[in-house]
Every structure is written in C-alpha cells, then in structure tokens.
Ligand binder design. Structure first.
Ligand SMILES: [Zn+2]
Length: 678
C-alpha cells in the first residue's frame, strides 16, 4: 500500500482503538533517569545555575524569535526562513531551558519554559495534532522538523513528572497525522518522538510507524538534503555530504530503533554512520568540523554550536544502545572542550561558530564563506536571523547533567562525572548517591551511598579510554579494580549506609598531530590551549543583543604566534581547587615554544578592518603532507600560509584548559628539534 494511504487508513482506525498502556520492552543497556533525579553540585552546579539565571532566562526578552510566543499561541511564520524557523529555534530554547530548570530546580526558569509546553498540550486539535496551525499542513517541507525539536521538551516534561497524559497526547498526535514523514528532509527525525511514545505507551502502531518511516526515508536517502545516509554510501565509508545537524539528527535514528526492537542491523547501521564522522571530521575539541556542512580539519576549521548540542545528544543514544563507555568519553570530551569553549564564562554570550584556534572573535571575523561575518563574536543570539545556536546551546550542559547516571539491568552506572546528588530506586530500595569531586580538575571521585537498609546492586563506574591505570578504594581501603568491560568497571556488593567508594582516574598528557604540521596537547579529558588575553568591545544590534546583554567582540591583547617544540616535555602544574575552575584553572601545563614572527592574523584585502584566524604557517625547510580532507574555501579566499622561521630562543608557555578560554591557540605549528630549521 502507498505509504500515505496506509497512514490515512490507519489514522481512521486509530483513535477508536484502546491504546496499550504497558511500557514496551527495551533493549537498552543503559537507561536514563528522569530529569531532575540528579542534582548537579560543585562547579557543574554553579555553571548550570549561571546558565539558568543569565542567558537562559534572559533570552526571551532580548530578541526575536525568542520574544514571540511561538508554541504558545503566536502564529507568525518567518517569510525568509521558509516559515518554520522560529518554531525550531524557540523549541531548542524551550527544551534546553526546561532541562536546565529541571536539573537546577530554578523555579523562574521552570515557569518560563513550561509555558509553551503547557500551552501546546492544552491546545491539541480535535484530531490530536499538537502544535501551531501554521505548521499543520502535512505536505510542506520541514513541516514536522520543529515538532521533533519541541517534542524533546514534551518528553523531558513528561518524564520529569511521570505524566502519562503527555505520552497519550503525543501518541494521538502521531497516530492521527497524515504527514509523509519519510519523504521530506528532516521530517524523518520524528522517529525519535514516535519511539519515545511507543516505549512508554506500548502501542505497537507507533513502533510500526517509526520503522516504516525509517525504511521509507532510506528510499530517498540518496537524494540531496536527505542526510546522505544511503546504505551504499554508509557502508562504503563515503565522505559525508550533508549539513551537520541534518546528518547527526538522522544518524541517531537507527540507534533509537535498535533500542525498541533489538534488531542488530539497526545498531550496525547506526555505528557505521558514526564511524564516518570519526574517520574524517573530528576536531581536537571533540566535535566534528561542521560549518555548516562537514568540512576539513585544518587549524581554521570550526563547529556550529548546534553541532555540539546535537552530536552529544545523538551519542547519548549510542551510549544507551551499546552500553559502551566510549560514547560517554566522547560526550565528556565535547562538553568539556568545545562546549565550554563556545560560551562566555559569565553565560552572557555564545558563539555560532567556534573552533580550536580563534585568535580573534569579532563581528567581522567569521571565515565561513556563506555565513554572516559576525558569527564568531560572543552574542546572546549569535546567529541573528539564523537563531538556532542561541536556543540550542542551552541543551548542552543540562543534558550532560541528566546523563551523569543511568540504570543498568541490575544496578546503576556512573556515566559522566561531576559533583552531584542522585536519587534512584535500585534493588527494591530508594538509594541516594552523593558524588564528591573536582573532576576533571582532580582525578579523585568519591561516591557515598545512602540507603535506609543494606541493598545489593551492581555499581558500574566508567573508566575513560584515556585512563590506563584506574584505582579503587572501598571505605578508604585499596581494593582490586574489577575487570573493565565495555568501558565500565562493575562492583557488585551489598552497600550499607555511608559506604564510600573512591575512584581514582590518573590523567596523563598526550600529544596529537593535525594537518599542516599541527600539534595539540591534552591531559586526561581536557584539551589545553594558549590563552590569549582579550580586549573586549561591546555593541548592540536588535536582532541579536540588547543594552543589558550586548554583543561581545574579542581582539588579542597578548602574543599568540608560538610554535611548540616537537617532543618537548610537558609539565603539569597544580594549585588548590578554585571557586570557578573555568575562569581560574587549578591545573595548567607548561611547554617549550618558540615565537614565529610573521605569523599574523589574516586580513581581507577588500576591507583591512576584517581580520581572521590564520592558517598554520609553513616553517621554512619543513616538508608538509596533504591533509586527509582537502581544505575548503575560507574568507579571504586567497589567504596563503605565512612562511616563517622561529626565533632562536625558546621559552616556556603556559597552557590552560581549552574550555576556560575565549581566544586561544590549540593547534600549534610543530617546530622540529635540532638543526632542521634555518
Ligand atoms: Zn545552530
């Protein structure tokens, strides 16, 4: 039967049939706790509280589309963006702000974020359709993509409150809808909402709809703008010819279908789609080069902030499907480096594009050909009219906090580390686990278990891939580390009130190599950068900022043109934990470097006031290999690498965590040792 006819026929039957109400079987190795079960503390709690009280609550009073009550009664389609943009963008904010409020307990933000959610639930159409009437047309391109974004907020709202009425509303919405989800761009992403409702309501028609939607999408997958997920291209490890957000939002869908069906072919497809990203596009920051399409990995390449939020979200499904800690390693790396590195540490400005190297971040410094030149400045809504990142940035850290703990078949898993208190039911008892740590600024993580009576369960602790020699103590005594399987060490025992489990994850220093002779240094989960002192200037533009929350431009006020000596010792220097480790880092590195005179900002010959982060220079006398992915075109189009000779005298430079910087050099020119350099 034709897919649309099938849906219409099933929709006619659907609402008269009684829904199953038993949750469906899940094939997840790891299962999320309800949002709000984990309360972040320490620096993580302070950071999320700052998000809640600064940009998250302020954004709806700064600029469009956040000023308008999209999803709460306002019906003003955007004529420039094809109509649907403002609903997508305000949905990103709604989801992020709601999750931020749920993890912090911030009542004011909770009320603001719940308003569009509750309006939408109260205004379901008679047939069950949820959402703006302006998007109700089932045949329009992208007509259902904003729903997928918004339904994640509905999911958080329902899961936090254990509210079956929301599940029922979403079930009715999908089963009455005649949209061809398979055929139009990102509409297919609604598989996520279909499966979410299936898992909770147990209505097999939702799973059937989700599987048919994915199968139907694969029929279109070779067409342009469908995410480049044609199976022949996926399994031949072809380069990804897709917008980053489109690809990553679609690439997670087979992992979601695996969670609901256990069919290994879905998981294989999902993992192979991810391999295409990790084989070619990863920047040292932990997020792929995505401006806005997957791009080269040179020292000028950047990521869109939406891609930080969306890759982490996608990887959380791979984590649940495989139970493999490598996905948590990847989320951690992306959040601690790319995530912090794109946000002002006072939570008053965000970049649309950010990257490992940014020696200038101004209203005229974006090197991306088709972007607005201001997209690397720190602004409340850095994309202006393209307001996705201004909303989406709010999802990054709340989702980190929500995913810190997960349930396993017979216990609990500490998946992402950070000071927190978690409450869950395990082994038939209510358990509270307090996690005390300054991680990643300290390698020691202590878990204190509180339960009314002794309770037996399996406590799984993630052992990051970068850690070769983890240690364990139980109530202060050294204990044998259980074998590490799938990235976790599992301790099965009867826990008594006040039991203390101490995990130690010693961090080592590692050097990685990048195209054009680039070299970068990391220590544990943190990538390190040369911090550049900022000369900040502010301005106001109605489409992205206001007087209270202006746009921030940063120019370099300290030297940055250093090359790092190949093979140089990296010294680690520590001081006691600070109040705000992302502003005053307690762990810094020291490395030998040489200045490279002539390595300067790139200037646009058409307008010398426009300056850009430069390509890595070429050291005279050194041979350079061709990069894995050919560099794309930047602004200005004919910028040539500088030809430089290092100064004779070496000096020690201090590197700080990438995430603690606003301007930085992370990928350095590598300076060979010895007499090779003229
Ligand atoms: Zn974006």
């Amino acid at each position: 039967m034709d897919r649309r006819k099938f849906l219409q026929a099933s929709a006619a039957l659907v609402l008269s049939l009684k829904a199953a109400e038993t949750p469906a079987r899940s094939y997840a190795r790891l299962t999320s706790l309800r949002p709000g079960a984990i309360r972040p503390e320490g620096w993580l709690g302070a950071w999320l509280n700052r998000q809640a009280t600064e940009l998250a609550i302020a954004l709806p009073s700064i600029c469009e589309p956040f000023l308008t009550a999209y999803w709460a009664g306002d019906e003003k389609p955007d004529p420039e963006g094809g109509g649907w943009w403002p609903w997508e963008q305000r949905a990103y904010w709604t989801d992020g702000a709601l999750r931020c409020a749920l993890v912090t307990g911030d009542e004011k933000l909770l009320a603001a974020a719940c308003a569009p959610v509750e309006y939408t639930l109260r205004h379901a159409a008679p047939d069950g359709y949820l959402g703006p009437t302006a998007l109700a047309d089932p045949k329009a391109d992208f007509s259902r993509w904003p729903h997928n974004v918004f339904f994640r907020a509905l999911a958080a709202y329902a899961d936090a409150n254990n509210d079956a009425s929301v599940v029922e509303a979403v079930r009715k919405h999908f089963l009455s809808d005649t949209t061809d989800y398979a055929g139009l761009h990102r509409n297919v992403t609604n598989v996520e909402g279909m499966v979410w409702a299936y898992e909770r309501a147990g209505d097999a028609r939702l799973l059937d709809m989700a599987e048919r939607t994915w199968a139907g999408h694969l029929q279109h997958a070779a067409e342009e703008d469908q995410g480049d997920v044609d199976s022949a291209r996926v399994f031949s490890n072809a380069p990804i010819h897709s917008h980053g957000v489109t690809y990553i939002e679609i690439a997670k869908l087979p992992a979601i279908l695996y969670l609901a069906t256990g069919r290994p072919e879905y998981l294989k497809f999902a993992l192979t789609q991810q391999e295409r990203i990790f084989n070619r596009y990863m920047l040292v920051s932990g997020v792929p080069s995505t401006s806005e399409y997957y791009q080269s990995i040179t020292a000028r390449d950047v990521h869109e902030t939406c891609d930080i939020a969306d890759h982490c979200w996608s990887w959380s499904y791979l984590l649940k499907a495989t139970g493999d800690g490598i996905w948590a390693d990847r989320i951690e790396r992306a959040c601690f480096n790319a995530g912090f590195g794109a946000i002002r540490k006072d939570w008053r400005g965000v970049q649309y594009f950010s990257g490992p190297n940014q020696m200038v971040a101004s209203l005229t410094s974006s090197p991306i050909v088709y972007s607005n030149p201001n997209m690397m400045a720190y602004q409340p809504n850095p994309g202006g009219h393209t307001a996705c990142c201004g909303g989406n940035v709010h999802r990054i850290f709340p989702n980190y906090a929500i995913h810190m703990w997960m349930k396993t078949a017979n216990g609990l898993a500490a998946v992402l580390y950070g000071a927190s208190t978690m409450k869950a039911s395990v082994g038939g008892s209510d358990v509270e686990i307090v996690q005390t740590t300054d991680y990643p600024f300290d390698d020691r993580i202590e878990f204190t278990i509180h339960a009314k009576a002794p309770v037996r369960f399996a406590l799984s602790l993630r052992i990051p891939g970068w850690c070769g020699a983890p240690g364990l103590r139980v109530n202060g005594r050294a204990s044998a580390m259980p074998p590490v399987a799938n990235g976790f060490a599992t301790l099965t025992r009867t826990f008594r009130r006040g039991d203390r489990i101490t995990l130690v994850l010693p961090m080592t220093t590692k050097t990685t190599h990048w195209p054009d002779g680039g070299i970068a240094i990391e220590h544990g989960p943190l990538v390190y950068s040369l911090p550049i002192r900022e000369n900040w200037t502010t301005s106001v533009a109605a489409w992205c900022s206001n007087a209270e929350f202006p746009s921030w431009s940063a120019a370099a006020a300290s030297p940055w043109n250093y090359g790092v000596m190949e093979g140089a010792d990296v010294k680690v220097r520590r001081k006691p934990m600070t109040i705000d480790p992302w502003v005053d880092p307690p762990v810094v590195l020291s490395v030998t470097a040489r200045r490279l005179p002539g390595w300067n900002l790139t200037t646009d010959p058409k307008d010398p006031t426009h300056t850009f982060t430069p390509p890595l220079p070429r050291l005279r006398g050194v041979e350079y290999a061709t990069p894995l992915v050919a560099p794309r075109e930047f602004i200005p189009p004919d910028a040539r690498p500088a030809e430089v000779t290092p100064v004779p005298d070496a000096e020690q430079i201090t590197l700080v965590p990438y995430g603690s910087t606003h301007l930085r050099v992370t990928v350095f020119p590598s300076v060979p040792r010895g007499g090779e350099i003229a």
